[in-house]
Structures are given as structure tokens and as C-alpha cells.
Design a protein around this ligand. Sequence first.
Ligand code: AMP
Ligand code: MG
Length: 516
Amino acid sequence: MKLHIHNTFSKQLPADKIHDNYRRQVLDACFSYVTPKQPSNPQRIHIANDLANKLGFSENDMLSEDFLNIFSGKTTYPNTHPYAMCYGGHQFGQWAGQLGDGRAINLFETNHNNQQWVFQLKGAGETPYSRSADGLAVLRSSVREHLCSEAMHYLGVPTTRSLSLCLNGDEVLRDIMYNGNAAHEKGAIVCRVAPSFIRFGNFEILAARENHKTLEQLANYTISNFYPEISSKGPQKYLDFLSKVKEKTIDMIVHWQRVGFVHGVMNTDNMSILGLTIDYGPYGWLEGFDYNWTPNTTDAQNKRYRFGNQPYIGLWNLYKLANALYPLVNKADSLQEILDSYELEYLHKYESMMHRKLGLQTTNKAFIADTEKILQLTETDYTIFFRNLANIEENDTPKSAFNKITDAFYHLKNDEIIKKWIQWFEKYLLLLKHNSFSDIERKEQMNTINPKYVLRNYMAQLAIDKANNKDFSLINDFYELLKKPYDEQPNYNKWFVKRPEWARNKIGCSMLSCSS
Ligand code: AMP
Ligand code: MG
């Protein structure tokens, strides 16, 4: 297996001088060298073959012993030096100090077809940043991260990728719901891949420690490698940088709202500086459209990271990044000005996205507001509703149009609500008359933005339950299905259904904790 190793982060930024692997505060450095833990009996579960091809691996590479050994942490690729990154973060609104890669280890960077990639193992053992935890990951969370990263990519949502999923052959102790019922689970390792895993928190920790020299180095590194279009100098350079990160963050969150993805833990240490969805923990997919929904039981009280709050948290997190960049700019007003435009820019992009979901060509903010309201009157499946809405034809009556979307309802018996829906369709059909699209054109357009298949929460759980019994077939099925989420794929129709009742309150399906 021949890779084009091209390290930039570890070459261009300061390393921790201590090489021993014990937990500590790491000062004056961006990362610490560390070796992955030896897995006792590594086993391949799944490889994302399309991604592997894109990264330059041949079929033979994927089947090789080397591949398994390197991406399970058993051996290191010749002449490479794995490392864990130092970052801090605001968790649930509070400054948490140094966090860092507690269970992620960057193996190396490659350059393939002019594209820079970092390969990172998640769950490969302790690092100086592991604090009180073990550096490991369990099978359930690794299946969730592997499948969802790839599903998000194929949905067109900016995300880190997942190359492979392996068992390490070891047992890991976890208390799933933090209620004193700890149990052993299978340990697993995912190899994540992205141009960079730098987070807002990498900047925050340096600013908090008043290490302005390293802060400037990290900002310059990030700009020259990932924002080469920024050509300004001096403080303006960092202002332009914040503007770009703001844009990318907005784009990412608009995509989340479009497909109904709830991240669940939007702490600043989980915010990528490249606007990628990162750190798939207790995330979830909207079933019934509900702005108040969060999958994360750890956040059940305040619901800080609920679906409807994601756009505001994006801004809150950008404030923390702006504070961290302040020492490089020294102009609070200019930083503030960039953040002041967030809300309008977000709304503009959100509304344009919602128009496309509805298949409308003319702006109608009031109708979007009506739609959001009516979707919350009774439990309505977000994915099924928008997918079936594309079947409406201009010649439909409000009643016949309504009949085309009733599969999206869980229990709609209330006549008042049905009346409201009929009124909504009266308006919708009128708006369609102003479109220049034919029914067929509109359907085609809507089906490129409204997915038919997403990784529903219970689907991930079914794949996990089977995997825990050594049957990995559903992981592969879902990977193949979710590669084409906008295609009809009639042979997979059984996954285009609402959540079954058994999954409503099941742990793993609608309730997840941070314990993984
Ligand atoms: P998260 O909320 O999962 O993004 O994690 C927050 C912090 O806790 C990060 O610094 C993680 O690396 C660390 N962390 C989470 N789980 C573990 C674990 N099992 N072992 C070590 N560190 C962990
Ligand atoms: Mg994290």
C-alpha cells in the first residue's frame, strides 16, 4: 500500500515537547505525539469503498493486512508520527478549558489528486487529552458515526468522512444512560478523513492561555492551507477569515435544517473551522417535524441544541471564535460587524432553501411561516411530507393534494387540523399556478433537494443490534442505500416509512446520551 504522505499540520505548527503519554495540560503547542493503543484482535467491519477509491486505495489495498493494521491502530505507516490535537471549548454554554483529542489520533496527511486529507482514528486509546476517560469508542457509536458521515456526504451536506469501521477485539465499559448500570460493550475504531479536523476550540485554547504567537501561527496555517482565496494582510486577514468561517457555518446549518439533522452537541469544540459536520455523537434525525426536538438526553432539560435552535447556536459559537481571534485583530467593532450580518444572511439562505423544498419560484415568507406552523400541529414526518409533496399536480384539488401526503402523519384524526391542511393546500395550489415549472419539472427539482432516504434513528439502531450479534449486513445495506438518497430505489421502499411505534421511546432510537 503506497500513500503520498504530505504532513502539514505537524510540520508547520509547534509540537508538545513531552512525548510520554500521560494526561496533562499541554502548553505552547498545537498537538502531542502519541501512539495508538494495540488492538487485541482487529477485525474489519466495513470500508466505504467509494471514499477509499477517491483517496487512492485499490481493491487489493482495501483487502490487505496492512490496511486493517494501519486503520485499527495496530501498526503505523512507515515514517509517520501520529498525534493528538490540543483544543479547548465551550460546552453547553460554559468555558471548559483544555479538552483536546481525548480519543482521536491523527495518523498522517496525504495528498492525492491535489487534495489534502488527514486520516484520524477515533477510539484508538488514551492521549494526553483523555482526562478521566479511556480513549476508546464502542461499536454502537462507531456504527453511527461511520454510516452517518457517509450518508451526510451523499446528501450533499458538508461533513468529515468515514473510511473504515473495525472492531478492536477489546471490551469497553459504558454506562449508557448514566444510571449506574455499566456494562461491557464491543470496542470499535473508525478512521475519519477530512481536509482538516481543526475546530473553533483549537483557537479558543490558545487565546485563553494568551499564547498569541501560536494563535497567530495556527490562524496563518489555517488560512494559507484552507482559505487560500484570502489575500488581505494584517488584521483584515483575520477579519476575512472570520467572514469565511461564518459563511461556511451558515451553509452547513442550512443543510442540517434542510435534511432534518440535529447535531445534538454543538459545543465549540465540535465546530469545524471548515464548516464541516464533525463529531457524530448523540445526533438524531427529525421524524416528526418539531423545532423543540433534541436526541441528546444529556441536554433534555434545557434543550440548548434542539433542532430549531441550531442556527442561533451557530452564531453563539462564532462569537466565541471571534473572541479568540480578537488578539490578532484588536478591533472589536469590525469583528462585531461581521457577526451582525449573520442573522440576515442565515435567513436569506434558509428561505431560499425552503422555497426550493416547496418547489416554489417566487418568494413568499408568509407561506414558509405557515408551513412551519402547520407541520407542528400534529406529528408529521419531515422526510415523507416533503418527498410526497413533489407528487402534487396543478390540477389537484386541495383534498386530492392532501390525500397525497397523509402517509406523513402519525395519527391525524382531528377535523380542525385537517381543515387547516386543506386551507394550506388551497394556498399552495395557487402558488404553484404562478410557477413556470411543469408538474414534472417541479417534481424533478424537488426530488434533488428533498431526500427519500435518511438514516432514520431506528435504522441505525437495527444495524447496531445486528452488528452486536456479529451480523454486519445491514451496515452494508444502509451504506449502499444512503449513497443515493435522492433516488427512488423502489427495492428499498421499506425504509421510506415512518418510525415504527416500538422505536418511539427506545434507547438509541429517540434517546441518546453522550456516553459512547
Ligand atoms: P464530545 O462531546 O464527545 O465531542 O467530547 C468532548 C471531549 O471529551 C473531547 O475532548 C473528547 O475527545 C473527549 N472524550 C469523549 N469521549 C472520550 C473517551 N471515551 N475517552 C477520552 N476522551 C473522550
Ligand atoms: Mg467532540
